[in-house]
Design a binder for this molecule. Structure first.
Ligand code: FAD
Ligand code: NAD
Length: 476
């Protein structure tokens, strides 16, 4: 077979861009095929618009408390068209990072069109045949639609059209109390909508319940209503929609609102473009891969949201660079998720890295120790009058297995723990580091030191200190 390229990448989101850019920067001949918008989900319908909306909401929330710290602000006026313009300006400002021109400048051949995998080394796009020793599938995911009776007959929102609203929803009913549900519930509530979230069981089920409890309480105080149960039927028309809920406690409730947002997880884009014809194995939700992100057809990799596994922009970028490295060097490059961080950008933020306490206890039983520090003991938090939340270190001996943080800017505190979990630093080093005062990072030092406190102030060091003191008395 005559190869047209060294690597063909399908999908121009975080995963595909990193794989294509990474291989091209090493001088390989890379093709990147994108059928819709460069930048994919994160730029166009995900992280960027959602975080921009959250920023507008924070501004409104701050002003809603008229007098604080001796300063009085005016009642916020939310102009939804202005909010919409801000969200789209954020996308417009960032989109050149992901543009065809930017990647062409790196040496990637960017092809606009929908790709079809036609062989182990072949891809077809708009009648053109491309051939390469390696194909990287990075086709992302789309919103999952739950099997709820009547859903196909009512207008509903997902992350794909939520950010197009040019008028504020009067009452947003959200199916799903996961990451999207919680971030969007708080943002819309703060911007003046009534919000009801319907979720079966605990909210944000992947996070530490102690963290979630803090943010749930804050959101309830701000007026978000949580209904615990499963939506089984919806009815109505634009502006008046009712969701019928089977409550977790056995009862039932009809929740009515003006708009319905469906946020119950993601469905991988893994079929309909040739993979199944080649016999590429599929997992529970996405393309099945090994730790090198090779599919069952070894010349084809699958990275990011389209494969079975965690779905986050930094995960897509990490897998894109891993696969680029493997293709460039020819050496196996496995993913390592011992120190996987994720952050939910509610206020306070919920940040997690590595194992939660529950996961650690399941894996390591009695050997797990948890140390906890409160932001109420952190002097920067006190000076800012923003003391809600805590940090929990989940340890096995002195080894950090995971960290759960809830509090203002909690996500910014995970980095040293990434290095500690991967063995590039230690709790001892962090516990004895010089940390700027007053900063929230002091809580990380305090928690790391707390892991050592029983050892440092234990009987052996005390005996040694007594010995040195005795010597000094004798010598002076
Ligand atoms: C509302 C929301 C908020 C989020 N916030 C965050 C956050 O704050 N932090 C975070 O880490 N993650 C966040 N995420 C998750 C993050 O957006 C995704 O994990 C990430 O964008 C996935 O990147 P990807 O490259 O794997 O896929 P995508 O970005 O989906 O890219 C796949 C691309 O492939 C293209 N494509 C598909 N099929 C074909 C084909 N056959 N031919 C050609 N092109 C094709 C698509 O058009 C798409 O552009 C959020 C997601 C949502 C929905
Ligand atoms: N800050 C971030 O990193 C961020 C932000 C937004 C989205 N994301 C990513 O986007 C993806 C999707 O987020 P998501 O919130 O849609 O999914 P999710 O998996 O986080 O949460 C889905 C929720 O829907 C609930 N649910 C399922 N069926 C239901 C039903 N019939 N009625 C009511 N509730 C139901 C589940 O119990 C769960 O709590 C995630 O993979 C996440 O990683 C990340």
């Amino acid at each position: 077979m005559k190869f047209t390229h060294d690597v063909i990448v399908i999908g121009g989101g975080a995963a595909g861009l990193t794989a294509a850019g990474g291989t091209a920067l090493f001088g390989l001949k890379a093709a990147l095929i994108e059928g819709h918008k460069m930048g994919g989900e994160c730029l166009n319908n995900g992280c960027v618009p959602s975080k921009a909306l959250i920023t507008a909401a924070k501004r409104a929330a701050e002003a809603r408390v008229a007098t604080r710290h001796g300063v009085t602000l005016a009642e916020p006026q939310v102009d939804w068209k202005g909010v919409h313009a801000h969200v789209h300006a954020a996308i417009a400002h960032i989109e050149h990072h992901d543009s065809a021109e930017t990647f062409e400048a790196m040496g990637v051949e960017v092809i606009k069109g929908w790709a079809r995998v036609t062989g182990k080394h072949s891809v077809e796009v708009d009648g053109r045949q491309l051939h390469a020793p390696r194909i990287v599938v990075a086709t992302g995911s789309k919103p999952a639609v739950p099997p709820v009776e009547g859903l196909d007959a009512v207008p509903y929102l997902t992350n794909e059209n939520l950010f197009d609203l040019t008028e504020r929803p009067d009452h947003l009913v959200i199916i799903g109390g996961g990451v999207i549900g919680m971030e969007m519930a708080q943002a819309h509530r703060r911007l003046g909508s009534e919000v009801t979230v319907v979720n079966p069981g605990p909210l944000m089920g992947r996070d530490d319940p102690d963290s979630v409890a803090v943010v749930q309480q804050v959101m309830e105080e701000e007026g978000v209503r949580f209904v615990f149960g499963k939506v089984h039927r919806v009815e109505g028309a634009a502006g008046a929609i009712t969701a019928h809920v089977e409550l977790d406690d056995g009862g039932s409730e009809a929740v009515s609102g003006s708009h319905l947002l469906v946020a119950v997880g993601r469905k991988a884009n893994c079929t309909g473009f040739g993979l199944e014809d080649l016999g590429v194995a599929m997992g529970r939700n996405g393309i099945e891969t090994d730790k090198r992100r090779r599919t069952s057809v070894k010349s084809i990799y699958a990275i990011g949201d389209c494969r079975d596994g965690p779905r986050l922009t930094h995960v897509s970028g990490y897998e894109g660079s891993n696969v680029a490295l493997e293709i460039v060097t020819g050496l196996p490059t496995k993913v390592d998720y011992r120190a996987l961080p994720w952050v939910t950008f509610t206020e306070p933020e919920v940040a997690q890295i590595g194992l939660t306490e529950k996961e650690a206890r399941k894996a390591h039983g009695e050997k797990v120790v948890v140390v906890r520090q409160e932001f109420s003991e952190n002097e920067r938090a006190t000076a800012e009058d923003s003391t809600k939340g805590h940090m929990k270190l989940v340890l096995k001996g002195k080894k950090v297995l995971g960290v759960s943080v809830v509090g203002k800017n909690a996500g910014e505190l995970l980095l040293p723990f990434s290095q500690i979990i991967t063995g590039k630093a230690s709790t001892f080093a962090l516990g004895s580091a010089i940390i700027s005062y007053p900063t929230r990072s002091e809580i990380s030092k305090a928690a790391a030191f707390a892991a050592w406190e029983p050892t440092v102030f234990g009987s052996l060091p005390k005996k040694y200190a007594a010995f040195v003191a005795k010597l000094r008395r004798m010598m002076n």
